[in-house]
Design a protein around this ligand. Structure first.
Ligand code: NAD
Length: 333
């Protein structure tokens, strides 16, 4: 059993605890949060775990063999660096940090301590997204590819909308797309963004539309708002066909709906194929937990290291810079 400690017991922290509780070979050993009500909520579900107000108190006990960090993004670097300096493997929530400079610091600290640094880019462990990603990388859509994703829903004015701590939807929400696009398209090159402020009360850019270009010639078109409500659009198009990230109107077995996820491939001849993947949305978090535990045991190579995750933050940083300056920005890390 690997003894895992959890720093940050808010929404995502508790979600992670529950995923690790379902992963084989894990003991939920400790929870850390400065807020007493968050510690109390965790303790109700996991009464055998130890409770701490600070990461330092937990690390001083020397009991945990792995740590999951789910604190607000602007604090990722200080907390991750503290844990890595103690030589304890880290699974750090996405985005890896608020800035590329903070990511570089975390990578340096992990290298100095020679300790595992994995970033929780959960879509790398999502059988649903991997199923359509495989279609793209196998060339079934032809070349080049355009991934279009638009999403809009209002967001509470909390730390997520603070420019320094959360950075708004163009880093926090869309980072899953940036990391997955890096995985299937390769190195990102430049970004051009139109930014808008729908909610004048927040400091972060709350709405933006951007085109990210990849060295291989593909593009990501992304438009996210946490300041307005709108329709969702998501598809992946190429000269040989396109993918919808749902069943695309094809009939699905009602009894299987709870245990399967669907995409639809439409060929250039308008022939539709259902891509059916066993599993549920929540499974990716369990697969991610199992992968982190396997990495700690030395059984596998990390599929989501900090050296990859920094590139997604670099995409976000270029997007936000472009939104502020109104010009095309190189993506640098
Ligand atoms: N992978 C995903 O799908 C996903 C989804 C949501 C959030 N997240 C990420 O998870 C992280 C946390 O988000 P959340 O929604 O849980 O936020 P949240 O506000 O619900 O919880 C954050 C918690 O961290 C605690 N905290 C603050 N500073 C701390 C410190 N120094 N040490 C210990 N605890 C501290 C707070 O008291 C709070 O309980 C963010 O980076 C966010 O972007 C990831």
């Amino acid at each position: 059993m690997i003894r895992v400690g959890f720093i940050g017991l808010g929404n995502m922290g508790l979600h992670q605890v529950r995923a690790f509780a379902q992963a084989a070979g894990c003991q939920i050993a400790a929870g850390v949060d400065p807020a007493p009500e968050m510690r109390a909520r965790f303790a109700q579900e996991y009464p055998d775990a130890q409770l701490f107000a600070t990461p330092q108190e937990m690390l001083a006990q020397g009991q945990v063999e792995g740590v999951v960090i789910a604190v607000p993004t602007g604090y990722h670097q200080t907390v991750a660096s503290t844990v890595l300096a103690a030589g304890v493997p880290v699974l750090l929530e996405k985005p890896m940090a608020r800035t590329v400079a903070q990511c570089q610091q975390i990578i340096e600290d992990a290298e100095r301590a020679n300790t595992l640094l994995m970033v929780a880019h959960c879509r790398r462990f999502d059988p649903h997204w991997m199923s359509w990603g495989d279609y793209v990388t196998a060339g079934k859509l032809g070349y080049p590819i355009l991934w279009r994703d638009a999403s809009a829903r209002p967001h509470a004015n909390n730390w997520f909308m603070d420019d320094e701590i959360g950075g708004g939807p163009l880093i926090d929400g869309a980072i899953h797309n940036y990391d997955f696009a890096n995985l299937i398209f390769g190195e990102p090159e430049s970004a051009y963004t139109g930014a808008l402020k729908m909610n004048p009360a927040v400091t972060a850019i709350d709405t933006g539309s951007t085109i990210v270009r990849y060295r291989a010639g593909h593009q990501l078109l992304i438009s996210w708002s946490w300041g307005a409500r709108g329709n969702r659009l998501a598809d992946v198009i190429g000269p040989q066909g396109y993918i919808q990230l749902d069943a695309g109107g094809l009939p699905v077995d009602e009894a299987e709906k709870a245990t399967h996820m669907y995409c639809c491939f439409t060929s250039v001849d308008d022939e539709k194929t259902l891509i059916k993947t066993p599993g549920r949305f929540s499974d990716m978090y369990i697969h991610q937990a199992e992968h982190f535990l396997a990495c700690i045991r030395g059984e596998t190579t990390c599929q989501s290291p900090g050296t990859e995750a920094i590139k997604a933050v670099a995409v976000a940083e270029a997007i936000l810079r472009s939104g502020r300056e109104g010009t095309v920005q190189d993506i640098r890390w």
